[in-house]
Design a binder for this molecule. Sequence first.
Ligand SMILES: [Zn+2]
Length: 101
Amino acid sequence: MAKKMDAKEKWLKAVAGLYPAAKGSMREVRRNCSSPSCTTCSSGTRHPAWLLTYYLDGRQHSKHIPKAMAGEMRKALENGRKLEDLMVLASLELIEAHKKK
Ligand SMILES: [Zn+2]
């Protein structure tokens, strides 16, 4: 039992350090704004914006990321990838722990 708690505590500690975590991919896109007299849009240049693409219930979705939080989202996605690696390692540890029972 004590061994089980140690593994759980180790997991919670590792996961807590990866907050905030996110999953998906972000890319820069060009968008039109709502102003009909915008010279940037009428020139065809359009405005840079960030888009988050993700899968939920087997379907692809995307959502606009506010420009001011692009760095925060990039970090959260990086944490999400680290979290996925942790889960893979946890799977292997579960198998090893079961063998020792
Ligand atoms: Zn515009």
